[in-house]
Design a protein around this ligand. Sequence first.
Ligand SMILES: *[C@@H]1O[C@H](CO)[C@@H](O)[C@H](O)[C@H]1NC(C)=O
Ligand SMILES: *[C@@H]1O[C@H](CO)[C@@H](O)[C@H](O)[C@H]1NC(C)=O
Ligand SMILES: *[C@@H]1O[C@H](CO)[C@@H](O)[C@H](O)[C@H]1NC(C)=O
Length: 380
Amino acid sequence: MKIRTSLLLFSILATWVLSIAGEKLTDMRPCNFPAIYNFGDSNSDTGGISAAFYPTISPCGETFFHRPVGRGCDGRLMIDLIANHLGLPYLSAYLDSIGANFRHGANFATGGATIRRQNESVFLNGVSPFPIDIQVVQFTQFRKRTSWLYKQAKKRSERRNLPRPQDFSKALYTFDIGQNDLAVGFRTMSNKRFKKEIRDIINQFAKAVRDLYKQGARTFWIHNTGPIGCLAVTLRDPDHWKPGYYGCVESQNDMAKEFNRRLKRKVSKLREKLPLAAITYVDLYTAKYKLINNAKKEGFLDKAKICCGYHEDKVHVWCGNKAKINGTKIYAGSCEDPSLYISWDGVHYTEAANHWVVNHFINGSLSYPHVPITRACHRL
Ligand SMILES: *[C@@H]1O[C@H](CO)[C@@H](O)[C@H](O)[C@H]1NC(C)=O
Ligand SMILES: *[C@@H]1O[C@H](CO)[C@@H](O)[C@H](O)[C@H]1NC(C)=O
Ligand SMILES: *[C@@H]1O[C@H](CO)[C@@H](O)[C@H](O)[C@H]1NC(C)=O
């Protein structure tokens, strides 16, 4: 008798718990984002810097697109895989005047972009002239001009490549930026000074989010920065080798972690200050670090292997370029099977690695709050 009652009680309790979970799930409908607007650097540049300066060259693009398509990768970037996952087409770069279609969003990311404006240039250090504040300015112009054109258009065919003005507030706004601010910092400042500067860098990041919010953006998906001290070129740099140690440069990773700690804190503040915004912080650092440091277990070759380019000691011939080394002409081509490599060109990840990382965060297990990307519009 006693056992029966407690069983009954248990089953009532279980039903109750299940119904709460069920209610939560039905509350959290998929958002059906009609568009993506992306801001960032080469990790998510789908052709911006390539359109503005020099086009990317072969063998970039060889795995998936079978030709260079403005991405520093053999195939698709994370932003491409995100678009796929959401049932949207690959994003055209805002700066690309050829064959672009902006119906489902636009990409303002450019390779070499920073959060803070830099006193450097693409010619000097590869720093993009389009930092995040300029990317937001470009977005503002994009929104205003496309909305005007959309209203002017007389025929449906004239509107086909333009975003629907009502979609801007329903779109997903994604960010992947910060890695180049770290790289510039390492190059130009002491660690002590740089640590102090991170606060300002994060404040400028937050300003970009607020500026977009003021224009009606509501759903933000913000990637943190990866373990920069584990990039394959860094792993192979003899300056960082110590006897018995052939691993990530943890002093650089510490700065990335400091950046991420402050970013995460700032995102919670923004969540309080922007009452209509759903803002998700996504811990890519953890995913990338895990992949790189378990390369073999995850089905990849050694973490320091680079698929494309020539990288020995201090000599770098970047992916797809030619050079003369000790009197011998070489072509810095790619490996036979990029899917076995984490690093495409020493700095950027292969499509296979991008797939691995996306699969680890898309379901929300590395998000704060824990929300899958398809439901990121809900304010939790
Ligand atoms: C760029 O130069 C200006 C003027 O010298 C200076 O105020 C600013 O802090 C510099 N910015 C960076 C990121 O170094
Ligand atoms: C070029 O040759 C020198 C002398 O033989 C050698 O020390 C050096 O490692 C070579 N450099 C490369 C990149 O192979
Ligand atoms: C999310 O996906 C990762 C990788 O497949 C998996 O390890 C994790 O358990 C998943 N988390 C949830 C909450 O489904």
